[in-house]
Design a protein around this ligand. Structure first.
Ligand code: FAD
Length: 489
Protein backbone atom coordinates (compact mmCIF):
# COMPACT_ATOMS: atom_id res chain seq x y z
CA UNK A 1 0.00 0.00 0.00
CA UNK A 2 1.29 3.48 -0.85
CA UNK A 3 2.06 5.74 2.11
CA UNK A 4 0.91 9.35 1.72
CA UNK A 5 2.18 12.64 3.01
CA UNK A 6 -0.43 12.74 5.72
CA UNK A 7 0.84 9.48 7.22
CA UNK A 8 3.14 10.04 10.20
CA UNK A 9 5.89 7.89 8.72
CA UNK A 10 5.94 9.97 5.58
CA UNK A 11 7.09 13.32 6.84
CA UNK A 12 9.49 14.54 4.18
CA UNK A 13 13.18 14.99 4.71
CA UNK A 14 13.04 18.41 3.05
CA UNK A 15 9.77 18.90 4.89
CA UNK A 16 8.78 22.54 4.60
CA UNK A 17 8.39 22.72 0.83
CA UNK A 18 6.61 19.37 0.74
CA UNK A 19 4.25 20.54 3.46
CA UNK A 20 3.46 23.72 1.51
CA UNK A 21 2.87 21.72 -1.65
CA UNK A 22 0.58 19.43 0.35
CA UNK A 23 -1.36 22.42 1.62
CA UNK A 24 -1.68 23.71 -1.94
CA UNK A 25 -2.62 20.51 -3.76
CA UNK A 26 -4.08 18.39 -1.00
CA UNK A 27 -2.01 15.98 1.05
CA UNK A 28 -3.18 13.00 -1.04
CA UNK A 29 -1.51 14.52 -4.10
CA UNK A 30 1.97 14.82 -2.61
CA UNK A 31 4.34 11.97 -1.78
CA UNK A 32 7.56 12.71 0.05
CA UNK A 33 10.50 11.04 1.71
CA UNK A 34 10.15 7.28 2.05
CA UNK A 35 6.56 7.47 0.87
CA UNK A 36 7.44 8.11 -2.78
CA UNK A 37 6.22 5.06 -4.75
CA UNK A 38 8.80 3.23 -6.84
CA UNK A 39 7.13 4.00 -10.19
CA UNK A 40 8.03 7.69 -9.95
CA UNK A 41 11.64 6.85 -9.08
CA UNK A 42 12.56 4.22 -11.67
CA UNK A 43 12.00 4.57 -15.44
CA UNK A 44 10.67 1.90 -17.82
CA UNK A 45 14.13 0.64 -18.70
CA UNK A 46 15.25 0.34 -15.08
CA UNK A 47 18.48 2.06 -16.15
CA UNK A 48 17.62 5.33 -14.35
CA UNK A 49 16.56 5.67 -10.74
CA UNK A 50 16.47 8.57 -8.31
CA UNK A 51 14.39 9.44 -5.26
CA UNK A 52 12.95 12.96 -5.41
CA UNK A 53 12.35 15.33 -2.52
CA UNK A 54 8.66 14.96 -3.34
CA UNK A 55 6.27 13.89 -6.08
CA UNK A 56 3.35 16.21 -6.78
CA UNK A 57 0.25 15.45 -8.82
CA UNK A 58 -1.53 18.70 -9.75
CA UNK A 59 -4.99 18.56 -11.30
CA UNK A 60 -4.86 21.55 -13.67
CA UNK A 61 -2.65 24.28 -15.13
CA UNK A 62 -3.43 26.66 -12.25
CA UNK A 63 -2.19 24.11 -9.72
CA UNK A 64 0.91 23.49 -11.83
CA UNK A 65 1.54 27.25 -11.87
CA UNK A 66 1.10 27.65 -8.12
CA UNK A 67 3.33 24.63 -7.42
CA UNK A 68 6.06 25.94 -9.71
CA UNK A 69 5.93 29.29 -7.92
CA UNK A 70 6.41 27.57 -4.56
CA UNK A 71 9.33 25.51 -5.89
CA UNK A 72 10.91 28.60 -7.49
CA UNK A 73 10.64 30.50 -4.19
CA UNK A 74 12.38 27.61 -2.45
CA UNK A 75 15.03 27.37 -5.20
CA UNK A 76 14.16 23.70 -5.80
CA UNK A 77 14.42 22.07 -9.23
CA UNK A 78 11.36 20.45 -10.84
CA UNK A 79 11.28 17.47 -13.18
CA UNK A 80 8.08 17.07 -15.22
CA UNK A 81 7.21 13.39 -15.56
CA UNK A 82 4.83 11.73 -18.00
CA UNK A 83 4.64 7.99 -18.54
CA UNK A 84 8.32 7.60 -17.58
CA UNK A 85 9.07 5.64 -20.77
CA UNK A 86 11.68 8.08 -22.09
CA UNK A 87 14.95 6.26 -22.58
CA UNK A 88 17.52 8.96 -21.80
CA UNK A 89 16.96 9.58 -18.08
CA UNK A 90 15.26 12.97 -18.52
CA UNK A 91 12.17 12.26 -16.42
CA UNK A 92 13.92 10.70 -13.43
CA UNK A 93 15.01 12.82 -10.44
CA UNK A 94 18.70 12.93 -9.60
CA UNK A 95 19.90 11.02 -6.56
CA UNK A 96 19.80 12.94 -3.28
CA UNK A 97 16.19 14.04 -2.68
CA UNK A 98 16.92 17.41 -4.27
CA UNK A 99 14.20 17.79 -6.88
CA UNK A 100 10.43 17.72 -7.07
CA UNK A 101 8.91 15.37 -9.64
CA UNK A 102 5.77 16.90 -11.16
CA UNK A 103 3.58 14.09 -12.46
CA UNK A 104 0.97 15.02 -15.07
CA UNK A 105 -0.99 11.81 -14.59
CA UNK A 106 -4.12 13.43 -13.13
CA UNK A 107 -4.40 15.86 -16.05
CA UNK A 108 -5.91 13.32 -18.37
CA UNK A 109 -9.05 14.84 -19.86
CA UNK A 110 -9.91 15.03 -23.54
CA UNK A 111 -11.13 18.62 -23.51
CA UNK A 112 -12.77 18.78 -26.94
CA UNK A 113 -12.91 17.31 -30.43
CA UNK A 114 -13.54 19.39 -33.56
CA UNK A 115 -14.64 16.98 -36.32
CA UNK A 116 -14.77 19.51 -39.16
CA UNK A 117 -11.45 21.10 -38.20
CA UNK A 118 -10.05 17.61 -37.57
CA UNK A 119 -8.41 18.45 -34.26
CA UNK A 120 -8.71 17.65 -30.57
CA UNK A 121 -7.60 19.41 -27.39
CA UNK A 122 -6.20 17.06 -24.77
CA UNK A 123 -4.48 17.45 -21.42
CA UNK A 124 -0.82 16.56 -21.20
CA UNK A 125 -1.31 13.58 -18.89
CA UNK A 126 -3.52 11.69 -21.37
CA UNK A 127 -1.96 8.35 -22.17
CA UNK A 128 -1.26 8.15 -25.92
CA UNK A 129 -3.40 5.02 -26.34
CA UNK A 130 -6.36 6.80 -24.71
CA UNK A 131 -5.99 9.69 -27.16
CA UNK A 132 -5.84 7.25 -30.09
CA UNK A 133 -8.95 5.47 -28.77
CA UNK A 134 -10.83 8.76 -28.32
CA UNK A 135 -9.96 9.82 -31.88
CA UNK A 136 -11.05 6.41 -33.15
CA UNK A 137 -14.41 6.66 -31.36
CA UNK A 138 -15.03 9.94 -33.19
CA UNK A 139 -14.17 8.32 -36.53
CA UNK A 140 -10.64 9.76 -36.85
CA UNK A 141 -7.03 8.67 -36.55
CA UNK A 142 -4.39 10.16 -34.28
CA UNK A 143 -1.42 8.56 -36.00
CA UNK A 144 1.43 8.68 -33.47
CA UNK A 145 2.22 5.00 -32.82
CA UNK A 146 5.03 3.58 -30.69
CA UNK A 147 5.73 0.56 -28.54
CA UNK A 148 5.19 2.52 -25.33
CA UNK A 149 1.78 3.93 -26.35
CA UNK A 150 -0.02 2.17 -23.50
CA UNK A 151 2.04 4.16 -20.95
CA UNK A 152 3.58 7.28 -22.48
CA UNK A 153 1.66 10.55 -22.26
CA UNK A 154 0.93 13.32 -24.75
CA UNK A 155 3.02 15.79 -22.70
CA UNK A 156 5.96 13.37 -22.85
CA UNK A 157 5.41 12.76 -26.56
CA UNK A 158 5.38 16.48 -27.21
CA UNK A 159 8.38 17.17 -24.99
CA UNK A 160 10.46 14.48 -26.71
CA UNK A 161 9.07 15.18 -30.20
CA UNK A 162 8.26 11.46 -30.38
CA UNK A 163 8.45 9.56 -33.66
CA UNK A 164 7.38 5.92 -33.93
CA UNK A 165 6.37 3.64 -36.76
CA UNK A 166 4.19 5.97 -38.85
CA UNK A 167 6.52 8.97 -39.22
CA UNK A 168 6.99 8.03 -42.87
CA UNK A 169 3.43 9.08 -43.60
CA UNK A 170 2.43 11.51 -40.84
CA UNK A 171 5.66 13.02 -39.51
CA UNK A 172 6.91 13.33 -35.94
CA UNK A 173 4.97 14.79 -33.01
CA UNK A 174 5.94 18.29 -34.12
CA UNK A 175 3.94 17.72 -37.30
CA UNK A 176 0.92 16.58 -35.30
CA UNK A 177 0.62 19.56 -32.93
CA UNK A 178 -1.44 22.67 -33.69
CA UNK A 179 -1.39 24.28 -30.23
CA UNK A 180 0.34 24.14 -26.86
CA UNK A 181 -0.49 25.24 -23.31
CA UNK A 182 2.51 25.27 -20.97
CA UNK A 183 3.38 26.70 -17.58
CA UNK A 184 6.66 28.60 -17.40
CA UNK A 185 9.05 28.06 -14.50
CA UNK A 186 7.90 31.30 -12.83
CA UNK A 187 4.25 30.21 -12.95
CA UNK A 188 3.09 32.26 -15.95
CA UNK A 189 0.94 30.35 -18.43
CA UNK A 190 1.78 30.29 -22.14
CA UNK A 191 -1.50 29.49 -23.85
CA UNK A 192 -1.92 29.01 -27.59
CA UNK A 193 -4.36 26.15 -28.12
CA UNK A 194 -5.93 27.62 -31.27
CA UNK A 195 -6.41 24.97 -33.93
CA UNK A 196 -5.20 27.21 -36.74
CA UNK A 197 -3.60 25.52 -39.72
CA UNK A 198 -2.11 28.84 -40.85
CA UNK A 199 -0.81 31.56 -38.55
CA UNK A 200 2.20 33.59 -39.58
CA UNK A 201 2.05 36.21 -36.84
CA UNK A 202 5.58 36.49 -35.56
CA UNK A 203 7.73 33.73 -34.12
CA UNK A 204 5.95 30.42 -33.61
CA UNK A 205 6.91 30.14 -29.93
CA UNK A 206 4.90 27.00 -29.20
CA UNK A 207 7.40 25.09 -31.33
CA UNK A 208 10.04 25.72 -28.68
CA UNK A 209 8.27 23.46 -26.19
CA UNK A 210 8.24 20.57 -28.65
CA UNK A 211 11.36 18.49 -28.09
CA UNK A 212 12.52 20.73 -25.20
CA UNK A 213 12.44 17.73 -22.80
CA UNK A 214 10.77 19.80 -20.08
CA UNK A 215 13.57 22.39 -19.92
CA UNK A 216 11.44 25.40 -20.92
CA UNK A 217 8.00 24.80 -19.42
CA UNK A 218 5.58 22.17 -18.15
CA UNK A 219 3.26 21.27 -21.00
CA UNK A 220 -0.28 21.05 -19.64
CA UNK A 221 -2.38 20.65 -22.81
CA UNK A 222 -2.07 20.39 -26.57
CA UNK A 223 -4.21 20.74 -29.67
CA UNK A 224 -3.56 17.74 -31.90
CA UNK A 225 -4.21 17.16 -35.59
CA UNK A 226 -6.58 14.35 -36.53
CA UNK A 227 -6.57 12.43 -39.79
CA UNK A 228 -9.11 10.33 -41.68
CA UNK A 229 -9.13 6.72 -40.49
CA UNK A 230 -7.48 4.40 -43.00
CA UNK A 231 -10.06 2.38 -44.91
CA UNK A 232 -7.52 0.04 -46.47
CA UNK A 233 -4.49 -1.28 -44.59
CA UNK A 234 -2.12 -3.81 -46.14
CA UNK A 235 0.60 -5.33 -43.97
CA UNK A 236 3.55 -7.24 -45.37
CA UNK A 237 6.53 -9.15 -44.04
CA UNK A 238 9.29 -9.45 -46.62
CA UNK A 239 12.51 -11.40 -46.09
CA UNK A 240 15.70 -10.73 -48.03
CA UNK A 241 19.32 -11.78 -48.32
CA UNK A 242 20.81 -8.60 -46.82
CA UNK A 243 20.08 -5.18 -45.36
CA UNK A 244 21.18 -3.80 -48.74
CA UNK A 245 18.33 -5.69 -50.38
CA UNK A 246 15.87 -4.42 -47.76
CA UNK A 247 16.91 -0.85 -48.51
CA UNK A 248 16.56 -1.52 -52.25
CA UNK A 249 13.03 -2.77 -51.56
CA UNK A 250 12.39 0.42 -49.62
CA UNK A 251 13.58 2.53 -52.57
CA UNK A 252 11.32 0.66 -54.95
CA UNK A 253 8.23 0.91 -52.73
CA UNK A 254 8.88 4.56 -52.07
CA UNK A 255 9.05 5.28 -55.79
CA UNK A 256 6.00 3.22 -56.68
CA UNK A 257 3.64 4.20 -53.88
CA UNK A 258 5.40 6.48 -51.41
CA UNK A 259 2.32 8.43 -50.35
CA UNK A 260 0.59 5.16 -49.40
CA UNK A 261 3.57 3.76 -47.48
CA UNK A 262 2.84 4.25 -43.78
CA UNK A 263 5.53 2.06 -42.13
CA UNK A 264 8.78 0.43 -43.15
CA UNK A 265 10.67 -1.30 -40.33
CA UNK A 266 13.96 -3.19 -40.62
CA UNK A 267 14.32 -6.33 -38.49
CA UNK A 268 17.58 -8.26 -38.85
CA UNK A 269 17.80 -12.03 -38.28
CA UNK A 270 19.13 -11.90 -34.68
CA UNK A 271 16.27 -9.55 -33.75
CA UNK A 272 13.70 -11.96 -35.18
CA UNK A 273 15.37 -14.88 -33.36
CA UNK A 274 15.17 -12.91 -30.11
CA UNK A 275 11.49 -12.06 -30.63
CA UNK A 276 10.72 -15.71 -31.37
CA UNK A 277 12.01 -16.59 -27.88
CA UNK A 278 8.74 -15.06 -26.66
CA UNK A 279 6.46 -16.22 -29.51
CA UNK A 280 4.00 -18.99 -28.63
CA UNK A 281 4.44 -20.55 -32.09
CA UNK A 282 8.01 -19.93 -33.27
CA UNK A 283 7.82 -22.85 -35.73
CA UNK A 284 5.39 -20.87 -37.87
CA UNK A 285 8.24 -18.45 -38.60
CA UNK A 286 10.91 -21.08 -39.27
CA UNK A 287 11.17 -20.59 -43.08
CA UNK A 288 11.27 -16.80 -42.85
CA UNK A 289 13.68 -16.82 -39.91
CA UNK A 290 16.32 -18.47 -42.10
CA UNK A 291 16.85 -15.20 -44.01
CA UNK A 292 19.33 -12.53 -42.85
CA UNK A 293 17.08 -9.45 -43.03
CA UNK A 294 13.40 -8.59 -42.96
CA UNK A 295 11.07 -5.66 -43.45
CA UNK A 296 7.70 -5.10 -41.79
CA UNK A 297 5.79 -2.87 -44.16
CA UNK A 298 2.43 -1.14 -44.07
CA UNK A 299 0.50 0.60 -46.85
CA UNK A 300 -2.69 2.44 -46.00
CA UNK A 301 -5.28 4.66 -47.63
CA UNK A 302 -8.33 6.43 -46.30
CA UNK A 303 -10.30 6.10 -49.52
CA UNK A 304 -10.10 5.04 -53.16
CA UNK A 305 -9.94 1.46 -54.39
CA UNK A 306 -8.88 -1.60 -52.35
CA UNK A 307 -5.06 -1.56 -52.08
CA UNK A 308 -4.83 -5.37 -51.78
CA UNK A 309 -4.50 -6.33 -55.46
CA UNK A 310 -1.98 -3.53 -56.18
CA UNK A 311 0.16 -4.53 -53.16
CA UNK A 312 -0.04 -8.18 -54.28
CA UNK A 313 1.40 -7.18 -57.67
CA UNK A 314 4.18 -5.17 -56.02
CA UNK A 315 5.16 -8.17 -53.89
CA UNK A 316 5.17 -10.49 -56.90
CA UNK A 317 7.47 -8.05 -58.74
CA UNK A 318 9.86 -7.90 -55.77
CA UNK A 319 10.01 -11.70 -55.61
CA UNK A 320 10.51 -11.95 -59.40
CA UNK A 321 13.33 -9.41 -59.22
CA UNK A 322 15.00 -11.50 -56.49
CA UNK A 323 15.00 -8.56 -54.08
CA UNK A 324 12.58 -10.30 -51.71
CA UNK A 325 13.25 -14.00 -51.13
CA UNK A 326 10.10 -14.83 -49.20
CA UNK A 327 7.29 -13.07 -47.43
CA UNK A 328 3.82 -12.92 -45.95
CA UNK A 329 0.98 -10.66 -47.03
CA UNK A 330 -1.47 -10.43 -44.12
CA UNK A 331 -4.94 -11.57 -45.11
CA UNK A 332 -6.61 -10.50 -41.90
CA UNK A 333 -6.26 -8.03 -39.04
CA UNK A 334 -5.14 -10.94 -36.85
CA UNK A 335 -2.28 -11.82 -39.21
CA UNK A 336 -1.19 -8.20 -39.38
CA UNK A 337 -1.28 -7.96 -35.58
CA UNK A 338 0.87 -11.11 -35.30
CA UNK A 339 3.54 -9.41 -37.44
CA UNK A 340 3.49 -6.27 -35.32
CA UNK A 341 3.70 -8.42 -32.18
CA UNK A 342 7.06 -9.71 -33.42
CA UNK A 343 8.25 -6.10 -33.51
CA UNK A 344 7.09 -5.54 -29.92
CA UNK A 345 8.45 -8.87 -28.63
CA UNK A 346 11.86 -8.01 -30.03
CA UNK A 347 11.99 -4.98 -27.71
CA UNK A 348 10.54 -6.88 -24.76
CA UNK A 349 13.05 -9.73 -25.20
CA UNK A 350 15.96 -7.28 -25.08
CA UNK A 351 14.55 -5.78 -21.92
CA UNK A 352 14.43 -9.24 -20.33
CA UNK A 353 18.14 -9.72 -21.03
CA UNK A 354 18.93 -6.86 -18.63
CA UNK A 355 21.45 -4.07 -19.16
CA UNK A 356 22.38 -3.71 -22.82
CA UNK A 357 23.51 -1.08 -25.30
CA UNK A 358 20.55 0.88 -26.59
CA UNK A 359 21.08 3.50 -29.31
CA UNK A 360 18.78 5.55 -31.51
CA UNK A 361 20.59 7.13 -34.45
CA UNK A 362 19.79 8.52 -37.85
CA UNK A 363 21.77 8.87 -41.06
CA UNK A 364 20.87 9.69 -44.67
CA UNK A 365 18.76 6.78 -45.92
CA UNK A 366 21.28 5.94 -48.63
CA UNK A 367 23.91 5.24 -45.93
CA UNK A 368 21.74 2.91 -43.82
CA UNK A 369 22.90 -0.47 -45.14
CA UNK A 370 26.56 0.49 -44.93
CA UNK A 371 26.10 1.87 -41.41
CA UNK A 372 24.52 -1.38 -40.23
CA UNK A 373 27.32 -3.48 -41.77
CA UNK A 374 30.04 -1.31 -40.23
CA UNK A 375 28.32 -1.30 -36.85
CA UNK A 376 27.95 -5.08 -36.73
CA UNK A 377 31.61 -5.60 -37.68
CA UNK A 378 32.83 -2.98 -35.20
CA UNK A 379 30.71 -4.35 -32.34
CA UNK A 380 31.94 -7.91 -32.96
CA UNK A 381 35.55 -6.71 -33.00
CA UNK A 382 35.19 -4.52 -29.90
CA UNK A 383 33.37 -7.09 -27.78
CA UNK A 384 33.82 -10.65 -29.07
CA UNK A 385 30.79 -12.83 -28.41
CA UNK A 386 28.42 -9.85 -28.14
CA UNK A 387 25.17 -9.92 -30.12
CA UNK A 388 24.58 -6.85 -32.30
CA UNK A 389 20.89 -6.13 -32.92
CA UNK A 390 20.13 -3.80 -35.83
CA UNK A 391 16.56 -2.69 -36.45
CA UNK A 392 14.43 0.39 -36.69
CA UNK A 393 12.35 2.85 -38.64
CA UNK A 394 14.75 2.74 -41.59
CA UNK A 395 12.27 4.45 -43.89
CA UNK A 396 13.08 7.53 -41.79
CA UNK A 397 16.83 6.80 -41.81
CA UNK A 398 16.48 5.85 -38.13
CA UNK A 399 18.05 2.71 -36.66
CA UNK A 400 18.54 1.20 -33.24
CA UNK A 401 22.04 -0.28 -33.24
CA UNK A 402 21.82 -2.23 -29.99
CA UNK A 403 24.09 -4.84 -28.44
CA UNK A 404 23.50 -7.67 -25.98
CA UNK A 405 26.66 -8.47 -24.01
CA UNK A 406 28.26 -11.91 -24.20
CA UNK A 407 27.25 -14.25 -21.38
CA UNK A 408 29.64 -14.32 -18.43
CA UNK A 409 31.30 -10.98 -19.15
CA UNK A 410 34.00 -10.28 -16.54
CA UNK A 411 33.46 -7.39 -14.14
CA UNK A 412 36.06 -5.06 -15.70
CA UNK A 413 34.62 -5.42 -19.20
CA UNK A 414 31.06 -5.15 -17.85
CA UNK A 415 31.85 -1.76 -16.34
CA UNK A 416 32.97 -0.04 -19.50
CA UNK A 417 31.58 -1.83 -22.53
CA UNK A 418 28.42 0.26 -22.93
CA UNK A 419 30.18 3.67 -23.07
CA UNK A 420 32.91 2.16 -25.25
CA UNK A 421 30.46 0.78 -27.82
CA UNK A 422 28.30 3.91 -27.65
CA UNK A 423 31.38 5.89 -28.63
CA UNK A 424 32.00 3.56 -31.57
CA UNK A 425 28.40 3.88 -32.81
CA UNK A 426 28.45 7.68 -32.45
CA UNK A 427 31.67 7.95 -34.45
CA UNK A 428 30.21 5.82 -37.22
CA UNK A 429 27.15 8.09 -37.29
CA UNK A 430 29.44 11.14 -37.49
CA UNK A 431 31.01 9.68 -40.63
CA UNK A 432 27.65 10.08 -42.37
CA UNK A 433 26.73 13.45 -40.88
CA UNK A 434 23.97 11.73 -38.90
CA UNK A 435 22.32 12.32 -35.53
CA UNK A 436 23.24 10.54 -32.28
CA UNK A 437 19.62 10.87 -31.13
CA UNK A 438 16.95 10.48 -33.77
CA UNK A 439 13.90 10.17 -31.52
CA UNK A 440 14.71 9.82 -27.84
CA UNK A 441 16.31 13.20 -27.14
CA UNK A 442 19.33 14.04 -25.00
CA UNK A 443 18.12 13.90 -21.38
CA UNK A 444 21.00 13.02 -19.10
CA UNK A 445 22.50 10.07 -20.90
CA UNK A 446 23.47 11.73 -24.18
CA UNK A 447 24.64 15.08 -22.81
CA UNK A 448 28.37 14.48 -23.24
CA UNK A 449 27.99 13.14 -26.77
CA UNK A 450 25.71 16.06 -27.67
CA UNK A 451 28.03 18.59 -26.05
CA UNK A 452 30.92 17.24 -28.10
CA UNK A 453 29.00 17.79 -31.33
CA UNK A 454 26.73 20.83 -30.95
CA UNK A 455 28.10 23.75 -32.97
CA UNK A 456 29.01 26.84 -30.91
CA UNK A 457 26.34 29.07 -32.45
CA UNK A 458 23.55 26.55 -31.83
CA UNK A 459 24.76 25.97 -28.30
CA UNK A 460 24.81 29.67 -27.51
CA UNK A 461 21.30 30.16 -28.89
CA UNK A 462 20.02 27.21 -26.86
CA UNK A 463 21.61 28.64 -23.72
CA UNK A 464 20.02 32.04 -24.32
CA UNK A 465 16.60 30.54 -24.96
CA UNK A 466 16.89 28.48 -21.78
CA UNK A 467 17.90 31.56 -19.80
CA UNK A 468 15.01 33.57 -21.26
CA UNK A 469 12.49 30.96 -20.14
CA UNK A 470 14.16 29.77 -16.94
CA UNK A 471 16.80 32.19 -15.64
CA UNK A 472 17.26 30.29 -12.37
CA UNK A 473 17.65 26.97 -14.26
CA UNK A 474 15.08 25.21 -12.06
CA UNK A 475 13.11 23.26 -14.65
CA UNK A 476 14.59 19.91 -15.70
CA UNK A 477 17.97 21.15 -14.46
CA UNK A 478 21.06 19.88 -16.24
CA UNK A 479 19.01 18.12 -18.93
CA UNK A 480 20.17 18.54 -22.56
CA UNK A 481 22.98 20.98 -21.69
CA UNK A 482 24.77 21.14 -18.34
CA UNK A 483 25.44 24.52 -16.75
CA UNK A 484 28.43 26.28 -18.21
CA UNK A 485 30.96 28.27 -16.21
CA UNK A 486 28.82 28.06 -13.09
CA UNK A 487 26.19 30.25 -14.76
CA UNK A 488 22.57 29.19 -14.92
CA UNK A 489 21.63 28.21 -18.42
C1 FAD B 1 9.03 0.02 -25.56
C2 FAD B 1 9.33 1.44 -25.95
C3 FAD B 1 9.23 1.82 -27.28
C4 FAD B 1 9.50 3.15 -27.64
N1 FAD B 1 9.40 3.49 -28.96
C5 FAD B 1 9.61 4.77 -29.31
C6 FAD B 1 9.47 5.16 -30.67
O1 FAD B 1 9.20 4.34 -31.55
N2 FAD B 1 9.66 6.46 -30.97
C7 FAD B 1 9.98 7.40 -30.02
O2 FAD B 1 10.11 8.57 -30.35
N3 FAD B 1 10.15 7.04 -28.73
C8 FAD B 1 9.97 5.77 -28.36
N4 FAD B 1 10.13 5.40 -27.05
C9 FAD B 1 10.55 6.41 -26.06
C10 FAD B 1 9.38 7.08 -25.27
O3 FAD B 1 8.24 6.28 -25.24
C11 FAD B 1 9.04 8.44 -25.86
O4 FAD B 1 10.15 9.29 -25.73
C12 FAD B 1 7.82 9.10 -25.23
O5 FAD B 1 7.47 10.23 -26.00
C13 FAD B 1 8.05 9.51 -23.78
O6 FAD B 1 6.80 9.86 -23.20
P1 FAD B 1 6.58 9.75 -21.62
O7 FAD B 1 5.22 10.29 -21.32
O8 FAD B 1 6.86 8.39 -21.14
O9 FAD B 1 7.67 10.78 -21.10
P2 FAD B 1 8.64 10.69 -19.85
O10 FAD B 1 9.57 9.55 -19.98
O11 FAD B 1 7.86 10.78 -18.60
O12 FAD B 1 9.46 12.06 -20.04
C14 FAD B 1 10.30 12.23 -21.15
C15 FAD B 1 10.88 13.67 -21.10
O13 FAD B 1 9.83 14.61 -21.30
C16 FAD B 1 9.68 15.45 -20.15
N5 FAD B 1 8.23 15.60 -19.94
C17 FAD B 1 7.31 14.61 -19.77
N6 FAD B 1 6.09 15.14 -19.67
C18 FAD B 1 6.24 16.49 -19.77
C19 FAD B 1 5.35 17.60 -19.74
N7 FAD B 1 4.03 17.44 -19.60
N8 FAD B 1 5.85 18.85 -19.88
C20 FAD B 1 7.19 19.05 -20.02
N9 FAD B 1 8.08 18.04 -20.05
C21 FAD B 1 7.61 16.78 -19.94
C22 FAD B 1 10.38 14.73 -19.02
O14 FAD B 1 10.86 15.64 -18.05
C23 FAD B 1 11.49 14.02 -19.76
O15 FAD B 1 12.57 14.88 -20.00
C24 FAD B 1 9.89 4.08 -26.66
C25 FAD B 1 9.99 3.69 -25.32
C26 FAD B 1 9.72 2.39 -24.97
C27 FAD B 1 9.82 2.02 -23.53
Amino acid sequence: METRLDDDAAQPAGGELAARLGALLGAQQVFAGDAVPERYCRDWSGDYAGVPLAVIRPANADEVAAALRLCAAAGVGVIPQGGHTGLVGGGTADAGHRQVVLSLERMNRIRSVDPLGMSMVVEAGCVLQAVKDAADECGYLFPLALGAQGSCQIGGNLSTNAGGVNVLRYGMMRNLVLGVEAVLPDGRVFSDLRALRKNNTGLDLKQLFIGAEGTLGVVTAATLKLFPKPRWVETLWLSAGSVDAIMAIYGRLQREGGELLSAFELITAPCLALALELDPNPQAWRALAAHPAHALIEFSASGGPDLGPWVGTLVADLLDAGLALDGLHAQSGAQAAAMWRIRERMVEAQQRRGKHLRTDVSVPIAAMAELVARFEAAAAAALPGAQPLSYGHVGDGNAHLNVLPPPGLDAAAAADWIPRLTGIVNELVDDYGGSISAEHGIGLSKRAAFEARVPAVQRELMERIKTAFDPAALLSPERILPRTGGQPR
